[in-house]
Design a protein around this ligand. Structure first.
Ligand code: APR
Length: 230
């Protein structure tokens, strides 16, 4: 059986109550990206940035996976080939739904990183400026989230997966942030069937061979059952 690579974005967690970024009222209408999601913003005002991620960490901790997360976990459990989720999301809802093969290309809210020695550990619920690194004691702890201008994680592994994919699906992402928005082209060039599942057409909808519009909690379970029926 072929391999399936699934890219997820904030839209898959929307029905779990977590805000998206670019929908009306989204996170980027409440905060300036340059203030809360760049290394420069963190250097300028670490308290503002920690406060932003403390609030998102609390929201994510209170959220439950929805039918779309659960359907992807069922696909991984029942599908004879390899299923890999590459998520842009920093919440842990895929893991809470029992998906195991998950790559967080933008990091995770659960992770903390030392800006001085690059030590990583599990983040406490709240982080504050000057939080000491447990390894080198430098007051340089930050969320282990990939900010704009930084290199996403797991890229070599992701490009290898896309080159080998038989099916590539993008779920709940607006297709406005690279390199994730170009994954569909990488997969199509390698001969994969490509499908977009989204509430509305993304910025790269024309790159997909198949499109399914609707809420993730409706469309993803429907797509998964079709894939499992073969
Ligand atoms: N079901 C399916 N899709 C939905 C739903 C839903 N219930 N609600 C919203 N969407 C779709 C929207 O139509 C939109 O296309 O989810 C997409 C969310 O887009 P963004 O808010 O741009 O989120 P995302 O694509 O994940 O952003 C990518 O940008 O800011 C950075 O690092 C951040 O990982 C993020 C990246």
């Amino acid at each position: 059986m072929g391999s399936i690579v699934i890219l997820t974005g904030a839209g898959i967690s929307a029905e779990s109550g977590l805000g998206t970024f670019r929908d009306v009222g989204g996170l980027w209408s409440q905060h300036r990206i340059e203030d809360v999601a760049t290394p420069e913003g963190f250097a300028r005002d670490p308290a503002l940035v920690h406060g932003f991620y403390n609030a998102r960490r609390a929201n994510a901790a209170a959220a439950a996976p929805n039918a779309a997360h659960l359907a992807l976990a069922r696909l991984e459990a029942k599908y004879a080939g390899q299923v890999t989720i590459v998520t842009q999301n920093v919440d842990a809802l895929h893991e809470a739904a029992r998906s195991r093969n998950v790559l967080h290309m933008h990091g995770t809210l659960a992770g903390a990183l030392c800006a001085a020695c690059e030590h990583r550990w599990t983040a406490p619920p709240e982080m504050a400026p000057g939080h000491p690194c447990p390894a080198c004691a430098a007051p340089a702890a930050r969320p282990d989230v990939v900010w704009f201008g930084e290199m996403p994680y797991h890229m070599e592994e992701i490009w290898d997966l896309l080159r080998a994919a038989d099916v590539f699906a993008a779920i709940g992402t607006s297709g406005q942030v690279y390199p994730a928005a170009a994954f569909v082209q990488d997969a199509a060039r390698a001969g994969a069937h490509t499908v977009e599942i989204n509430l509305e057409p993304s910025a790269v909808v024309s790159d997909f061979a198949e499109t399914r519009f609707g809420r993730a909690s409706d469309e993803v379970p429907r797509w998964v059952e079709e894939v499992l029926r073969g």
